[in-house]
Write a protein that binds this ligand. Structure first.
Ligand code: DON
Length: 320
């Protein structure tokens, strides 16, 4: 069997082996539009720096970024405002709490959000993006994503509307942050940016390209261009390892060991640096995109996490 065929077979087998795990989860229902997705879908794409891609499953499906967007706005805010400005307003400590928890904003003065991967931190980061309106901020974000993925991405208006109508918890977080002085723009504007960035639609290939650039410290190997600094990429990877899978980040680091970020849509983005993949078919690093909309109570794709674990084990990929 050709090498490429062998690797393709690995991802095809993985999807078939773990698709059934979807039964142990459910599509997110607190965002009504997400509840309508097919819970049995599972897809994966892996892309190396030469553009070599293997993919399997429902890889043509479009799905929304949800919390995966938090990594991207964090990077963009650092590019716009500089790392010190961002870190003055949001910390880099994991919480062990659920992603939409409000508890630490009051129990730890001065109410600085713990990290950019939880909703409180992400809303703060979205408020910092440069632009005079939500639409200017989002245009910048979409342009940044177009550079990485090579195609124009769009916001799924129905998903946005469905969350905008039901975003009571996020609204509460945003008002609390405004009260303690952490928002750079009015509450409704910060929320609009945050919820629209969550509703940007991608495929697993788009996610894999994003992972590839983060794995290569901000350098886009296909464009041969440095898109953001190594310092910011390092910070993004550290945040993905410590906070990217929410209150399952510890177990994810222990049993999988890759910088990754999940979203309640069932998306998982993983960045595999070269030192973590020396013995894999992608010895100079790769990006991985996974989609499996049935999630567990923490918010991570059930089948997706199993599939990523399988690939990381099979290809001996780990940063540790
Ligand atoms: O703000 C929310 O609740 C969603 N738009 C995103 C949350 C999310 O993806 C958390 N993921 N595991």
């Amino acid at each position: 069997m050709e090498k490429k065929d062998m690797q393709e077979q690995v991802v095809i087998n993985g999807v078939e082996q773990f698709r059934g795990f979807a039964k142990e989860g459910r599509c997110a229902s607190y965002i009504p539009m997400l509840a309508e997705r097919n819970p049995d879908h599972l897809a994966v794409s892996v892309i190396g720096p030469d553009g070599y891609e293997v993919r399997a499953g429902d890889s043509e499906e479009l799905f929304t970024l949800q919390s995966v967007s938090k990594v991207l706005t964090f990077i963009l805010a650092c590019m716009d405002k500089g790392l010190p400005y961002v870190l003055e307003r949001v910390d880099v400590e994991p919480t062990g709490d659920t992603f939409n928890s409000i508890i630490r904003l009051e129990s730890h003065q001065p109410g600085k959000p713990f990290n950019p991967m939880i909703n409180a931190g992400a809303i703060t980061v979205s408020s910092m993006l440069t632009g005079h309106s939500p639409s200017e901020k989002l245009t910048k974000l979409l342009h940044f994503l177009q550079q990485i993925t090579g195609r124009a991405l769009t916001i799924n208006e129905a998903v946005f509307q469905s969350e905008w109508q039901t975003a009571n918890r996020n609204r509460a977080l945003a008002y609390y942050l405004m009260d303690s002085g952490f928002l750079d723009c009015p509450v409704e504007e910060a929320l609009e940016v945050y919820l629209k960035q969550c509703a940007i639609e991608v495929t697993v290939t788009d996610l894999a390209k994003i992972g590839l650039v983060i794995a290569h410290d901000g350098y886009h190997p296909l464009l041969k261009t440095q898109l953001f600094s190594k310092e910011v990429a390092k910070m993004a990877k550290a945040l993905m390892v410590t906070c990217g899978m929410y209150n399952a980040s510890g177990k994810f680091a222990a049993f999988i060991g890759l910088p990754a970020k999940s979203g309640v849509s069932g998306a998982i983005l993983a960045a595999v640096p070269s030192h973590a993949s020396l013995h894999s078919p992608f010895p100079t690093g790769c990006g991985i995109g996974i989609y499996g909309p049935a999630i567990d109570e923490i918010g991570n794709s059930v089948a997706g996490v199993q599939l990523l674990k399988y690939l990381a084990t099979k290809w001996q990929m780990t940063i540790f």
